[in-house]
Design a protein around this ligand. Sequence first.
Ligand SMILES: [Zn+2]
Length: 221
Amino acid sequence: MALGIRGRKTHAVALEEGAVPGSPRCPACGEPLFVWLKTEGWGPREDQIVDRCENCGLAVSRDTVPDADAAIGELLGDADPRAEEVVFRAANSASLQAWLGAENWAALRPGDGAIKPTPRAIELLLAKAGMEPRRTRYLAAAGMASMWQTLLNLLTFHRDFAAEAASGRLGPGTGRGRAAFSMDVVVTVLAAIPTAGLAVLFEGAAVLARRGGVVEVTASR
Ligand SMILES: [Zn+2]
């Protein structure tokens, strides 16, 4: 049956229809995950694919997609999951800094945990553990530090340059070469203060708009 333009049926494409069969699922809501970004370059955080859930916004490294229980465990961290009330912090992937930074977002550094949730994803994960969020605060100081590193990452050849160089993992003879290393030293020194000012400005506005980069959630049963 041929339908003309007038008779054409339109419907929203379900997320399911756009997914590759067998693709990983969001630990918070169960919808398929889609590629958000790919990092390339130097160092341990490079060459990773980061997926994002189009439904709840949770972001996760493709290599380490946890199941729901593991995601809840990671979210709660050291907090006792049997406690009546828990308080925990998380990087917010529905933040201004995640959007600005994308693959340069400071929260994607290795060792910071596999999942980057959103307040919505946190609510869904907590529900699976029989809990609900009572209070969500956007932490200005922690968010500004993360925004600052994100802005610096946009300018330097090596992400997390100062921390990597100070730790000894990155030197003039490693990474992207001597010239890039020297350039990053100059850029970091010259840009440190102006970008700190911008970080305060941007993150201050983001916190007011509830788009801060770091959330602290108080949850209870
Ligand atoms: Zn989801």
